[in-house]
Design a protein around this ligand. Sequence first.
Ligand SMILES: C[S@@+](CC[C@H](N)C(=O)[O-])C[C@H]1O[C@@H](n2cnc3c(N)ncnc32)[C@H](O)[C@@H]1O
Length: 249
Amino acid sequence: MNNWYREDLAYIHDIGFRSYALQAMPGILAILKQHGIQDGLIIDLGCGSGLAAEELVRVGYQVLGVDISAAMIAIARQRVPMAQFQLDSLFQVEIPNCHAVISLGECFNYLFDPESQTLTQVFQRIYNALTPGGVFIFDIAEPGQVTNATPIKSFTEGDDWIVLVEKQEDSVQHLLTRRIITFRQVGDYYRRDDELHALQLYSTEEITTMLYQLGFQVETGNCYGQFALPHAHVAFVAKKPIVFLKEQV
Ligand SMILES: C[S@@+](CC[C@H](N)C(=O)[O-])C[C@H]1O[C@@H](n2cnc3c(N)ncnc32)[C@H](O)[C@@H]1O
C-alpha cells in the first residue's frame, strides 16, 4: 500500500490539487439532499486526504473513508478525527450498510491493485450495501484524455514543491499512463520521487450498462452542481430504487 501516492505526492495532491474535491462537494451535498439523505453513514472510496470527508462530517454525516495510499490515509486521519479511515483497496474492502457511496477523482480508473475485482463486482457490492433509496455518486475518466500521438508534458508548482507529469494514452487498449516526478523541499534541498500511474479508461456507455444491469437507476452528467468536470470525465448518480411491495389482498 506504499507504492502510489507516497508521502510527497500525497502532500502535493492535498495542497495543490484540493480544488477538485472542494469544488465538487457543494454539488455532492445537494445531490444527497435531493435524495432525502440528510444523515447516516457515507462511504468515500478513494478518499485521498479526507477533503470530502471533512465537508461531510461538517454537515452531520458519519464517514468511512477508504484509500490504498498510507500517506493519504495519514493526512485524512489528522484532518478529520471524527471520521473513520481504512487503509485498503476499494476493490477488496468490505462495504458496510450505508446511505451513500461517493468516489471522487477517477478512483475506479486506477490500476493500482493487482487483485482488482472487475468493476461489476465492486458495483454489485456497493448496490448490496446501499439502503433502498441510497445513492452511489462517482466520476470516471473516459478515453480521449490525450488526443495527440506524442506524450503531453506539463508541470504544476507550489511554494515548496513542483510536480512534472508526462501522460500518454494507448487508444486501442484505452490505457492512460502518467509518469509523475515530484520535487519537494526538505530543508535546503529538494527531494525527488517518481511514480508511474496506469489507468484503464471507460466509456460512459459501458459504465451505464453495468449499473443498469445491477438494478441502479442512472443519471450521468459533466458536472457536480456548479463544478464542471475536466475534459473527458463523467459524473454518475446511481440510485438503488426503493421497492414498494404490492399490498397483499
Ligand atoms: C485523484 S486521487 C482523488 C482523491 C480524493 N477522492 C479527492 O478527490 O481528493 C485518487 C485516489 O484514489 C486512490 N485509489 C486509487 N486506486 C485505489 C484502490 N484500488 N483502492 C483505494 N484507493 C485507491 C488513490 O490512492 C488516490 O488517493
